[in-house]
Structures are given as structure tokens and as C-alpha cells.
Design a protein around this ligand. Structure first.
Ligand SMILES: *Cc1c(COP(=O)(O)O)cnc(C)c1O
Length: 453
């Protein structure tokens, strides 16, 4: 399959080229030229596979001949060695043999090594990039701007991979303390020689993202360091996020064949939603998507009014969604040929203040004994608001994007109880960390990369 630039469909690239260059030469986002569309028999066959095998099968359609079927199987089996769980708030797992279908599930995507759904994409991307670089002997410098979770997932997925250096830019004071520990301890794991370095930028997430964009736009810097992006502008981040929608919707359909399916996704840059929409286009039995935004809600505004107005982001409790200009918006438009009516037939959106998020998180913990992270709480509220407005009998899946302990201080303040840290996070907290603080300056960034290459 080929990819094209959304700014100019004549500008083509293979998967490997799109992955390693991130953006098209005209600055456009890459998008697949076409998507496979699976019929009922093939859907049944794919749904009967394990998740990683289904992912390997699907990825065949998105990559090029630099990957054999065996490569893809090995890569997916290795990347997806952790569970993906569909559970009710009472802890009942989805099971095709359940006589009484529950009407609501949480899709917990946070059981990977960095406890956020970003692991699904980062681990696929790390392994595909490493596969290509080890064959060509090339190298890349990855710049990634993060509001917290992307940096952790990318750092973990690329740690110690030959041919790659990773510089993670995060807003100083703008991520949770657990996230900061995670980001700043990579450098220490491999000693000073570690290939992953975190930079605390004195500014907001938007400043981090702007700095990364400036670095890419600077042709000298970009060429000298062989820069590559691991943000969701890169198709390598978006494609694997279709796999879990595809596979889980088939499990749900097998259990409750007569009920339509809706997913609610807490959203920021809209990469996760783009993955879901791609899965739906490939034939996954998904009726609708609900989008939850915090007060940074240009996409929800667009769904409700037809007007798209990007704006500067403001900090909220659900910091991974503090995005004022979601970078996958053009991809979503392209999936619907820019047709607003069709987009709103599939997607509905709601947005929430921090006060609402806090109250919801506290209530679901008190009444249902289910603790969610602030992002998941936003998605869960959106699902409830959607459900209240429809009389269709949906199976409702709220996508849980991070483990609550990643936001330990914030969540503990809300529920006024201590929450235990899972072992992987405790290990980060215990590991030595080093914080490099920097002004949002391109020449300082250039110097720092040079000194650490
Ligand atoms: C990244 C992230 C989101 C937002 O996902 P997008 O793909 O940017 O829309 C939501 N929740 C958490 C916990 C995240 O890390």
C-alpha cells in the first residue's frame, strides 16, 4: 500500500518512507491511499485469532515489502505481550459465554509497560523503525513533544535500540510527578550513554510542539541530525491504534451479535479516534464513536457547530488532552472526504470542566468502586451523556487510556485516599533521574542534541 500527502495526493511514499520521514516534503500528513475492507467470513476469521496475530495480519496491508509475514508476526507477538482487557466496572471480563450481556464495558488499554494506551502504537513503531534501520545501517534522531504519556511510551519502546537517539520535550511543571519520574529516569538506565534523553522545556506543551516543528522546518538541522517525529503526525503511530478497535469490536460482536457498538474516546490530538475510524472503515462492526474533550475542545465544538477553531491550549487535570490544535484533524476530514454531515453521523462529542471530571471520578469510585484516571473519567461522562440521548440498545465501550496511578497525586487529592503504585511505576520512582531544563530555544535544542549525539 502507498501513502500520500494530504496536501498533495500526487506526493506518494511507501510505508517505510512515510514512517522514517514523518511528514511529506510539502509538510502534509501522510495517509494510506486505500484501506482494505473485510467481509463477514474474513472478519470472523480475524476475530478468532489472538490479538497479536490479528494485528500482524492487519499490518500486512499497511507496510511494504521490507517486512515479511514472519517479520510482522515476530514484531507483533513481541510488541503485544501484555493484556488488553474489556471489563465491567464490577470486574467482570467480557466473555462470549456470558448469558446476560452487560451493556457497558471499560476497554483498559493501560496494561503495557508505561501504563497508557500509547504503548500500543509506540511498541509497534519502535520495532518497525528498528527493523528498517538495522537493515539499512541508517540512523535517526527522534524528537517527540509530550504532554506526559507519549514521551514515556516512546522512550520505553526505543530505549537501547541501535541507530536511534530520542529527545523527549515536555513542559516543565506541566506533567504529573509520576510521569516526570518516568521521563527523566530513561537517561539513567543506560548510564550517560543512554539513547533516550528528556528535556524539561520552560513553557507549555504548545511551546514544546512548536519547538519540534521549528526543528523540522530548519532544513540544516533536520538533515544534519536525521530528524524523525514520534508524535501522532507520524502514520506509524496512528495505524497500530486501529488494531485494538478492530479486534475488540469483533470480540464484542461475537458475544452480543444483535447489539450495535459505540466506543467513547477521551481525546486530545485525535490519534486514537483516527485509529478507531480506520478500523471502522476496514469493516469492524462499530456503529458510533463518542469523543470526550476537556475544556480544550475545538473538535467537540466542530462536531456541534460545524466550525473548526483551533486555539491555544489551557492546562487541565487531564493533561494529555490539553491540545488546542489537534494534529489529526485533517486525517479525520479525509476519512469522510470532508463531509461534515457524514462525520456527525458517526461521531458525537461532549466536553467537561475539571470540576465535573473530579466529581465524576470521585462518584464512580465511591459508588462503583472503580477508579479511573482523569482522562478516562472525561470519556466515561461523554458516554453517559450520549447514552442519555439515545434509545438504541448499544453495547457501550469506554476507552480507558491510562492507569489512575499515573496521576497519583491528582487522583489521591480527589478521592482523599492513597493509591498504590504498580510495580513498573515504583521502579521508575526509585530509579535515579536527571532533569535537563531548557528555554524554548531552537539553538539551545540544537546544541543539546549535538552534545548528546
Ligand atoms: C494521549 C492521551 C490521550 C489523547 O489521545 P489522542 O490520541 O491524542 O487523542 C488521552 N488520554 C491519555 C491518558 C493519553 O495519554
Amino acid at each position: 500500500m502507498n501513502y500520500h500527502s494530504l496536501k498533495n495526493p500526487e506526493l506518494k511514499a511507501s510505508f517505510s518512507e512515510a514512517l522514517l520521514s514523518s511528514l511529506a516534503p510539502d509538510g502534509g500528513l501522510y495517509m494510506p491511499d486505500s484501506l482494505p475492507r473485510f467481509g463477514d467470513n474474513e472478519l470472523a476469521r480475524l476475530g478468532a485469532m489472538s490479538f497479536w496475530a490479528c494485528a500482524a495480519h492487519l499490518s500486512r496491508f499497511f507496510v511494504d515489502d521490507k517486512f515479511s509475514d514472519e517479520d510482522l508476526q515476530g514484531l507483533c507477538a513481541d510488541a503485544y505481550d501484555f493484556p488488553l482487557s474489556l471489563t465491567t466496572m464490577d470486574g467482570e471480563l467480557l466473555d462470549a459465554a456470558t448469558p446476560e450481556p452487560a451493556d457497558a464495558y471499560i476497554l483498559e488499554l493501560f496494561h503495557g509497560p508505561t501504563l497508557a494506551f500509547k504503548d500500543f502504537a509506540a511498541r509497534f513503531m519502535g520495532r518497525t523503525v528498528s527493523h528498517l534501520l538495522s537493515r539499512s545501517g541508517d540512523s535517526r534522531t527522534i524528537l517527540v513533544a509530550t504532554s506526559g504519556d507519549t514521551g514515556g511510551a516512546i522512550g520505553h519502546a526505543f530505549l537501547n535500540l541501535p541507530g536511534v537517539r530520542v529527545f523527549i520535550l515536555y513542559p516543565n511543571g506541566g506533567v504529573s510527578s509520576v510521569q516526570e519520574h518516568q521521563l527523566t529516569s530513561f537517561g539513567e538506565m543506560g548510564g550517560n550513554k543512554s539513547n533516550v534523553k528528556a528535556i524539561a522545556v520552560d513553557g507549555t506543551f504548545d511551546d514544546c510542539q512548536a519547538l519540534v516543528k521549528q526543528a523540522f522546518a530548519d532544513s540544516k538541522m533536520s538533515a544534519e541530525h536525521n530528524l524523525m517525529s514520534a508524535n501522532s503526525i507520524n502514520v506509524g503511530r496512528v495505524i497500530p491504534q486501529s488494531f485494538y478497535y478492530f479486534w475488540t469490536s469483533l470480540q464484542i460482536k461475537a458475544a452480543f451479535p444483535n447489539r450495535p457498538i459505540v466506543y467513547s474516546i477521551p481525546s486530545g490530538n485525535l490519534g486514537n479516534l483516527t485509529g478507531g475510524l480506520i478500523a471502522r472503515k476496514m469493516g469492524a462492526p462499530i456503529d458510533k464513536f463518542v469523543v470526550g474533550n476537556n475544556t480544550n475542545d475545538p473538535f467537540v465544538d466542530y462536531l456541534n457547530t460545524g466550525e473548526y477553531t483551533p486555539r491555544p491550549s489551557v492546562p487541565t487535570l487531564s493533561n494529555a488532552m490539553d491540545i488546542g490544535r489537534p494534529n489529526n484533524f485533517p486525517r479525520i476530514l479525509s476519512l469522510f472526504d470532508g463531509d461534515y454531515e457524514r462525520i456527525t453521523q458517526v461521531c458525537s462529542g461532549y466536553s467537561y470542566s475539571d470540576a465535573q471530571t473530579e466529581r465524576h471520578l470521585r462518584r464512580t469510585y465511591a459508588h462503583e468502586k472503580y477508579l479511573m484516571c482523569p482522562h478516562t473519567a472525561v470519556g466515561h461522562m461523554a458516554m453517559q451523556d450520549f447514552a442519555a440521548k439515545t434509545d438504541k440498545d448499544y453495547t457501550k465501550i469506554t476507552v480507558s487510556t491510562a492507569h489512575p496511578a499515573k496521576f497519583k497525586d491528582e487522583v489521591e487529592q480527589i478521592i482523599r485516599e492513597d493509591i498504590p503504585l504498580p510495580r513498573s511505576l515504583q521502579n521508575c520512582i526509585d530509579a535515579p533521574s536527571h532533569k535537563h531544563v531548557m528555554e524554548p530555544s531552537l539553538s539551545d535544542l540544537d546544541d543539546y542534541i549535538r552534545k548528546n549525539t
